[in-house]
Design a protein around this ligand. Structure first.
Ligand code: ZN
Ligand code: ZN
Length: 253
């Protein structure tokens, strides 16, 4: 069993062969997938997909690169969606200082806080996106006293990962860990297994040897194999524990 904790299954690229994508996931032992919302519409799409598939769950959020979609109306509608039985987290939300955006970092922080408070109000975990924003992301999470969730697509160093773990977060590893020029496997080697998760971030960031191609949930196996290898444990042990971790975070029984 494997849990792909972060996939964008509603993206157009999956439209034509969605059933075979899910079949290949199943054939590779991927038993659970969380489909991630990045704005109001994609959150709705994720929920619709989760409704149709027993082994898929959804998140509702607003990506820091999509804040033009923010409005009080959309926010209120997203809050209502949180009571849906297949919605398991608020996300992705966060801070992205890498992309050039039409609004300030301060605005990003304001909206980030708003969604963090929403998650707390509903006792839900958060899925955090951060890029070039380690310090502010850590500071805001700490100030808002948010201690349950996932640092998605983690690509920082061991010290940073341990800091977030201390706040109560789980660290989700993407396919980057398999890239020949990446040192991310060293972080994976150091971290406690019970704080680790794996993800694809499909359709982005396909792991080696599929780098550059469209990513899909079945490829999470390649990421898991690599980390199991560097930790010196079996794929089965790694998969069982990280799937249990994800179920704990998302509150799936
Ligand atoms: Zn992201
Ligand atoms: Zn994402």
């Amino acid at each position: 069993m494997l849990f792909d904790t972060h996939a964008h299954l509603d993206f157009k690229t999956f439209k034509d062969d969605f059933d075979s994508v899910l079949q290949r996931a199943k054939d590779n032992g991927v038993t659970h997938i969380t489909s991630i919302g990045i704005d109001l519409q994609t959150s709705k799409n994720a929920v619709a997909i989760a409704e149709q598939h027993e082994n898929i769950w959804a998140t509702v959020g607003l990506h820091p690169c999509d804040l033009e979609d923010f409005s009080e109306e959309n926010f209120a509608e997203q809050e209502e969606m949180l009571s849906h039985p297949k919605v398991v987290a608020v996300g992705e939300i966060g801070l992205d200082y890498y992309h050039k955006l039409n609004y300030s970092n301060e605005f990003q922080i304001d909206i980030f806080r708003k969604y963090l408070r929403l998650a707390k109000k509903h006792s839900m975990p958060v899925v955090i996106h951060k890029r070039n924003s380690d310090e502010d992301t850590y500071r805001v999470l700490k100030e808002e006293n948010v201690g349950k969730g996932i640092l998605h697509c983690f690509d920082g160093d061991t010290k940073l990962a341990l800091d977030f773990i201390e706040l109560g977060f789980h660290i989700s590893f993407p396919g980057i860990v398999t890239f020949k020029n990446s040192k991310l496997f060293e972080v994976a080697k150091e971290l406690p297994l019970e704080k680790m998760l794996v993800e694809t971030d499909s359709p982005f960031l396909a792991p080696h040897p599929n780098r550059g191609k469209r990513n899909e949930p079945s490829f999470v196996r390649l990421t898991a194999e690599k980390i199991a290898e560097v930790k010196g444990i079996s794929l089965e042990e790694f998969a069982t524990q990280t799937t249990q971790n994800a179920k704990n975070v998302f509150g799936i029984s």
